[in-house]
Structure formats: structure tokens, C-alpha cells
Write a protein that binds this ligand. Structure first.
Ligand code: BG6
Length: 515
């Protein structure tokens, strides 16, 4: 039976546009621009900012990659912008924006390439008025990050011209390292060339409205924070489920797996927002300090509190799909996990004793990222005549934060069923972003690109944070590498992951919420 629903609506008419924060004129230089990210996310996001009037007039975008794409790059990016949503082919601002997009072909280890890039940027400054401000975006495969950073330093492109008011910043894509040691080495390399306040380690989950809203929900409302602790909360679940497989990224995914690809970064970021103490302000240093405290308070995760899985063939969206080991450029006996689940505990005064269950995986039953806060049951049930089979659904209040899709928040509580008995039915109070504020074509990169242009690092990872999350994951990765499991694949594509994941919660007398 579907659970009855009460809808939330905006109390006052929603503002159509956030307060304007316009960055300085600048050039955005994207290394690895021939990759998917630039076309699917970065250019559409930049154009959404342009549409919202949030970009400076003097902006220029330079794609950098190895292939000779000089004539095809801008038209290709235009296609990406149109596919990114919210843009009409006939939009009069589109072609003028495309005229600001150019391309520079070079090998990342070629000194001559940096010399000519530097000259090109100086030329753009002179013609477009970009004032020497540079935002480098490293969207290459991670093995090139250190080389590019070093070369930028060697060619004096890491700092502004002497005696100028300009700035130079660099955004670095994930994955930032593949374990604690490599993250430390990369941090050292980057910090030799750029000061920490020039570095923007990106996690695109922090660009999502629903993720930022976790902080607003908790810290801009008086009623939730009082119950946001071990006295009232039974446990917390975080699910990052994808229906897609590895989408042709075999060689990358073989070296990554679900723990590195999603758990160490996206899921850990969600966890920190759910669990952190209120920061003293919404400034980068204050927010980052509270996040890092959460990660450092997590007890080392015991291998017995982990589950790994790999998908076999199955049916997704009504179509037969191959198993992970049959994917292109994947080893036929691969041990790489496409599913990971963890149980962990945060040892601090707010959370001691509250289990956090996290799961992330590919080729699961559907795409859903959701945080469930399951509250404790009332101490005593005076209503004996509860309806329905699932007592947990009735007795435990739930706040579920729907990060994506169907973005919103639901509060579940019990209500009296109309009729002559005191029967209880769970009901949902539902807030939907799209219904309340209208649908949006934003992909999350808008806010982060804008913040980096403005020099605001609040929604970016700091060195300490990256190392703290790798410190949690690395022992597990090492244990898993030394202890292969025999029964892979252990879940069929299109299901909710391996049975051992359900068993982990069952051992605690709990179960994953049905999403
Ligand atoms: C990326 C991972 O960081 O996040 C991908 O590398 C994953 O494997 C993606 O598919 C998920 O992002 P989103 O925004 O679609 O949830």
C-alpha cells in the first residue's frame, strides 16, 4: 500500500535567482578538455552561469588536450551545451559565448606546449581583457596531475605577474590519489607549486543543491538540530546507488572500484555534512575544520564491517546487460568491487553508539542517492492495533534526504487511521525541490566553478580532509587486496547488491530501507 503523502510548499514566493556574485575577468583553462567531463558537465555549467548573468563579460575558455581539435572543439562543446539542458538552439547569447571558447593542442610533458600556451593566454588577456587571472582545471587522467602542476610551476604560470592584482587558481578533479600514501605525495607535489589557498580539490557532490541543503536543513532550522544526536537517532543510512555500469571506463574502474571511486569522496562528504557540528560560520576554514573532525572521529573500520560485491549479468531497465567481468577492457577474473558497503561509528559525544551504514554501487536496482535518518521508537507503544506488516515503517520516524533524483526531503511519522480504532498508518510529509522551486538544468558544477572564480573554497576539499578519508579507506583496500573473495560476481545487475550486505544489517537487527 502506498504511504499517504502531505506536500510541502514554499512559504513565500521563491527567489528566481541567488544574490549576484560576479567574479573578476578571467581565463578558464581546462586540461584534458577532449574528455567527457568537459563536454557533458563543464561547458554546460559555464553556459548556465552565463545565462544567469553570473559570468564576467571578459571571460575566455581554453581547452587543452593532446589531439589536434582546433577546428572541432568549439562546435563539439556547443553540442554538449545544447545536450546539457535549459538551452535553446536559437539562444542569441550562445554563439557569442562560443566565440570565447578556443583550443590548444599539446602533450602534457612538452615544454614547448606550455611556452605557447603561456603566449596564447597573454594574447587573450590583451584582446579579451581577462587581466592575467587564470583558473586552471585539471580534468585529465590522474596520472598527469603532478606533471602538469610541475610544468605550470616551471613555466612561471603558477603565480600572477609580479606587481599585479591578478590571481591564479587550480581546480583538481578526483580521484585525488588512490590511497593515503599517493594522496600525500600528490598533496606535497601540488603544495610545492601552489599555495593551499590557490588549490580547489573538487568533489562535484558538493555542488549539488541537495547536498548544500543538508547544512541549511540542519543549521538554519531550530527544530531538527535538537534531535540530531545519539539520544534520538537509531541509525543513519547513506545510499549512493547507480543503475549504470562502468560506461566504457574499464581501464579506470579496474584501478578504482566502488570504495575509491565513490565511497572515499562523495559518500564521505555526505557523511560529514550529516554528522558535523555547527561551524562558527560558513567560511571555508570553519566548515572544513568541522568536517575533518568527523572523519578523524570515525573508528578504524573493521574488515568484518565491510561488504564488497561485483555485478554479474542481469536485467536493468528491462534490458539484459553483461556482468562486470564481460565489460570492455576488464580482466575476466577481475576482483574489482562494483559495490561496497560499510558500517562505521563516529566516536564523539553526538554520535557514540549510532551506527552509520553506507553503501555505494553500480548496476543496482535504480539510481538513487539518499540519506536516511532513522529515529528511535517511542519508549512504549500504547497503540496495540498497528496496521501494516513493517513495524519499523510505523514506529520509527524517518527523515529522508533525497539527494537525487526526485530531489527533496521527506519526514515520515505515524498518523491515526480514520475509523473507530486507534490504528496507525505511516504518512509522509514531502518537500520536492522541483515542485516547490521549479525544475533546474544545473548539473552541480555551476556553483563550484563560480566559487573557484570567486576564490571561495568552502565547498572544496582541503589537504587534511582528503588525507583523513584516505586514512580510513586505505587499510580496507589493503585488506581486500590481500584477501580476494571467491564468489564474485555476487549480485546480478539490476538488484540491490550482494546478500551479505543485507546480512550485515540483519546481524544488528536492522535492514536497509527500501528505496
Ligand atoms: C563520479 C564517479 O565521481 O561520480 C562515477 O567517478 C559516478 O563512477 C559519478 O558514476 C556519479 O555522479 P552522479 O552525479 O551521477 O551521482
Amino acid at each position: 500500500m502506498a504511504i499517504p503523502e502531505v506536500k510541502a510548499s514554499a512559504a513565500t514566493a521563491p527567489a528566481t535567482k541567488p544574490a549576484e556574485r560576479k567574479p573578476d575577468p578571467c581565463v578558464v583553462i581546462i586540461f584534458g578538455a577532449s574528455g567527457d567531463l568537459t563536454k557533458r558537465k563543464l561547458l554546460p555549467a559555464l553556459y548556465h552561469l552565463e545565462q544567469a548573468g553570473l559570468l564576467p563579460k571578459e571571460i575566455s575558455v581554453v581547452g587543452v588536450a593532446r589531439r589536434p581539435l582546433e577546428t572541432t572543439f568549439a562546435p563539439d562543446m556547443k553540442e554538449g551545451i545544447l545536450a546539457g539542458g535549459g538551452v535553446d538552439q536559437a539562444d542569441p547569447a550562445l554563439q557569442p559565448f562560443m566565440d570565447k571558447v578556443s583550443y590548444h593542442a599539446m602533450n602534457f610533458d612538452d615544454d614547448g606546449g606550455y611556452t605557447s600556451l603561456k603566449a596564447m593566454l597573454a594574447d587573450i588577456d590583451a584582446k579579451a581583457g581577462t587581466k592575467g587571472n587564470r583558473l586552471f582545471y585539471l580534468a585529465t587522467a590522474p596520472e598527469y596531475f603532478a606533471d602538469i602542476i610541475n610544468a605550470l610551476g616551471k613555466h612561471g604560470m603558477n603565480k600572477p605577474e609580479a606587481n599585479s592584482a591578478s590571481w591564479v587558481r587550480t581546480i583538481i578533479e578526483k580521484p585525488f590519489g588512490h590511497d593515503l600514501e599517493s594522496a600525500r605525495v600528490l598533496n606535497d607535489d601540488v603544495n610545492k607549486v601552489f599555495a593551499e589557498d590557490q588549490i580547489f580539490r573538487i568533489d562535484h557532490y558538493l555542488g549539488k543543491e541537495t547536498v548544500q541543503n543538508i547544512l541549511v536543513f540542519r543549521f538554519a532550522n531550530g527544530i531538527f538540530e535538537n534531535v540530531w544526536n545519539r539520544n534520538y537517532i537509531d541509525h543513519v543510512e547513506i545510499t549512493a546507488a547507480e543503475a549504470i555500469g562502468i560506461e566504457g571506463r574499464g581501464p579506470f574502474y579496474e584501478t578504482a572500484g566502488a570504495l575509491r571511486d565513490v565511497m572515499q569522496n562523495h559518500v564521505m562528504e555526505l557523511l560529514s555534512f550529516v554528522a558535523m557540528e555547527p561551524p562558527v560560520s560558513f567560511e571555508a576554514s570553519a566548515v572544513r575544520a568541522e568536517k575533518v573532525k568527523v572523519w578523524r572521529s570515525i573508528q578504524p573500520i573493521h574488515p568484518a564491517d565491510t561488504v564488497r560485491g561485483q555485478y554479474g549479468p542481469g536485467i536493468v531497465d528491462g534490458k539484459q546487460v553483461v556482468g562486470y567481468r564481460q565489460e570492455d577492457r576488464v580482466h575476466p577474473q577481475s576482483q574489482t568491487e562494483t559495490y561496497a558497503a560499510l558500517r562505521l561509528e563516529i566516536k564523539n559525544w553526538r554520535w557514540a553508539g549510532v551506527p552509520f551504514y553506507l553503501r555505494a554501487g553500480k548496476r543496482l536496482a535504480k539510481r538513487v542517492t539518499e540519506i536516511t535518518i532513522m529515529f528511535k521508537q517511542p519508549p512504549l507503544s500504547i497503540f496495540k492495533d498497528e496496521q501494516g506488516k513493517d513495524a519499523e515503517e510505523i514506529r520509527n520516524n524517518i527523515i529522508s534526504m533525497r539527494i537525487q533524483p526526485d530531489e527533496g526531503i521527506t519526514l515520515r511519522f505515524g498518523a491515526k487511521l480514520p475509523g473507530p480504532s486507534m490504528s496507525i498508518s505511516p504518512v509522509n510529509m514531502n518537500f520536492s525541490y522541483a515542485e516547490t522551486f521549479g525544475a533546474s538544468s544545473a548539473n552541480g558544477y555551476e556553483r563550484l566553478l563560480l566559487d573557484a572564480m570567486l576564490g571561495d573554497a568552502t565547498l572544496f576539499a582541503h589537504r587534511d580532509g582528503v588525507e583523513a578519508t584516505w586514512a580510513l579507506m586505505t587499510p580496507l583496500l589493503e585488506y581486500w587486496a590481500k584477501n580476494p573473495i571467491r564468489d564474485l560476481p555476487n549480485y546480478a545487475a539490476g538488484t540491490w547488491g550482494p546478500p551479505t550486505s543485507d546480512a550485515m544489517l540483519k546481524a544488528d537487527g536492522r535492514k536497509w530501507r527500501k528505496l
